[in-house]
Design a protein around this ligand. Structure first.
Ligand SMILES: N[C@@H](Cc1ccc(O)cc1)C(=O)O
Length: 405
C-alpha cells in the first residue's frame, strides 16, 4: 500500500459511535438535509434505520458514482444504518438507456456492483435489490402505491420532476417518463426507506414523497440527505457527463487517461470557486486521505505537504500553489484510488469478461445514439427546407397580387 492510501480516514474503521457522532456523520454527506431534527430523532429511536439510493445502470461509471457513493454508503452504515442499493433496471429501460435493452442494462448493473465491491464498499449492511425482481415479487402492493401517487398528482407536477431522469422541464417526454417519477416516489414507501440518500438532482421526487405523506397523514416522512453533485472537469460544466468522456474520471480509466483529463481540467489560478479540481479535493480526495504532497523543484518552492482541504485552499488562494503542481498531485492520488478497481478487473476472470461485455454494449449504445442524432438532424433540416419553400410560395403569391393591382 502506498503512503497516501495508508492514511485512509478513520470513518472506514468500525467503532461504536455516540448518537451525536452518528448524526454528524450522516449530516457530513449532506449538501441538503430535510430535516436535520427528523434525522436526529430517527437515529435516536430506530435501531437500524434503512437508507436507500437508486441508480440506473446506463453505461460507464464515473468517479462520483464510484468512489463518492462508496464514501457515503460507508458513512451511513457506520452510523448504524442498513443500506439498500436499488438497481433501477426498469427505470433505465423507461429512460431509454442502452437502447431500452433490458439484457444490456442488467449486464451494466452487474458491472457496477463489481466496481463498488472492488473499491472498498463495506458490504456488511448493504443489500443490492433489482427493481424488476422486487416489483414482480410484490406487484400488487407496488402498483397500488404507484397508481395512488399518480392519481394525486397533476401531469404538470410530475413533469417538473424531469431532472431526476436527466431531462429539462421543457423537454418533450416519452410516456414512460411520466410513469418514472410516480414509480420512483413509490419506491421509497415500497422499500420502507427512512432515509433517501441520493444526489441533489433527485430532490424533487423526494420532496414529492414527503408531500404524499402529508396527503396520506403518514407521520414519519422519509428524511432526505442529498449529496453534492461533482462538477465536470471542463470550464462551465456543472456536472459530469457520460457523453463527454473528458468531463469526468471513469472508474476503469488508465493512468494516462487520468493524467490527461486532470491536466486539461479547468483550474484558474487563485480561484477555488467553480473549480472542479477543488470539488475533487473536497468531496473525494480528502475524504479518503489525510494529506496530499506536492512535489516540485526547489526553485518553485520545493515539496510541500498539506494536511487538510482547508490548507490546500488557503495556499491556492494566496497563489503559493500553482494549478499545474496541484494537478499533478491530484492525478497521482486519483490514480491510487482507482487502481484497486483496475487490478480487480485485470485479475478476476469473471469480472474481466463482464467488463469486456459492458464495453461492447456501451460502444453499441454510443453508435446508436450517434445514428439517432444524425437522423434527428436530417429530419430537422428537411422541416426547415419545407418551411423555406412555404415562405417562398407565400412571397411569390404576394408579388403576383401586387403585380395584378
Ligand atoms: N433517478 C435515478 C435512479 C433511481 C430510480 C429509482 C429510484 O427509486 C431511485 C433512483 C437516476 O437518475 O439515476
Amino acid at each position: 500500500m502506498t503512503e497516501e492510501t495508508k492514511t485512509e480516514k478513520q470513518t472506514e474503521e468500525k467503532k461504536e459511535l455516540s448518537l451525536q457522532e452518528k448524526y454528524e456523520l450522516c449530516l457530513s454527506i449532506a449538501e441538503e438535509c430535510i430535516k436535520p431534527t427528523e434525522l436526529y430523532s430517527l437515529l435516536e429511536h430506530i435501531e437500524q434505520p434503512l437508507a436507500y439510493d437508486g441508480f440506473e445502470p446506463s453505461g460507464r461509471m464515473h468517479i462520483a458514482q464510484g468512489i463518492l457513493k462508496v464514501i457515503n454508503v460507508n458513512k451511513l452504515t457506520q452510523a448504524g444504518c442498513k443500506f439498500i442499493f436499488w438497481v433501477a433496471d426498469w427505470f433505465a429501460l423507461m429512460n431509454n438507456k442502452m437502447g431500452g435493452d433490458l439484457k444490456k442494462i442488467k449486464l451494466v448493473g452487474q458491472y457496477m456492483i463489481e466496481v463498488w465491491k472492488a473499491c472498498g464498499m463495506d458490504m456488511t449492511n448493504v443489500e443490492f435489490l433489482w427493481s424488476s425482481d422486487e416489483i414482480n415479487k410484490r406487484s400488487n402492493e407496488y402498483w397500488t402505491l404507484v397508481l395512488d401517487i399518480a392519481r394525486r398528482n397533476s401531469v404538470k407536477r410530475i413533469q417538473r420532476c424531469g431532472q431526476i431522469m436527466g431531462r429539462n422541464n421543457s423537454d418533450d417526454l416519452y410516456a414512460s417518463q411520466i410513469f418514472y417519477p410516480c414509480m420512483q416516489a413509490a419506491d421509497i414507501f415500497f422499500l420502507k426507506a427512512n432515509i433517501c440518500q441520493l444526489g441533489i438532482d433527485q430532490r424533487k421526487v423526494n420532496m414529492l414523497a414527503r408531500e404524499y405523506c402529508d396527503l396520506k397523514k403518514i407521520r414519519h416522512k422519509p428524511v432526505i440527505i442529498s449529496h453534492h453533485m461533482i462538477m465536470g472537469l471542463k470550464k462551465g460544466q456543472a456536472k459530469m457527463s457520460k457523453s463527454d468522456p473528458d468531463s469526468a474520471i471513469f472508474m476503469e480509466d488508465l493512468p494516462g487517461d487520468v493524467n490527461r483529463k486532470i491536466n486539461g481540467a479547468y483550474c484558474p489560478e487563485g480561484d477555488v470557486e467553480k473549480n472542479p479540481i477543488f470539488d475533487y479535493l473536497k468531496y473525494i480526495i480528502f475524504q479518503k486521505v489525510d494529506s496530499i504532497t506536492i512535489t516540485r523543484k526547489e526553485e518553485w518552492g520545493g515539496n510541500v505537504t498539506y494536511n487538510s482541504y482547508e490548507e490546500v485552499e488557503q495556499a491556492f488562494i494566496k497563489k503559493e500553489l500553482h494549478p499545474q503542481d496541484l494537478k499533478k498531485a491530484v492525478a497521482k492520488v486519483i490514480n491510487q484510488l482507482i487502481d484497486p478497481v483496475r487490478q480487480y478487473f485485470k485479475n478476476n476472470k469473471k469480472a474481466k469478461r463482464l467488463l469486456a461485455q459492458v464495453k461492447k454494449a456501451v460502444l453499441q449504445e454510443q453508435k446508436r445514439k450517434q445514428k439517432e442524432k444524425l437522423k434527428n438532424q436530417k429530419q430537422q433540416e428537411k422541416e426547415e427546407e419545407k418551411e423555406q419553400v412555404k415562405e417562398q410560395v407565400k412571397e411569390n403569391k404576394t408579388e403576383n397580387e401586387k403585380e395584378k393591382k
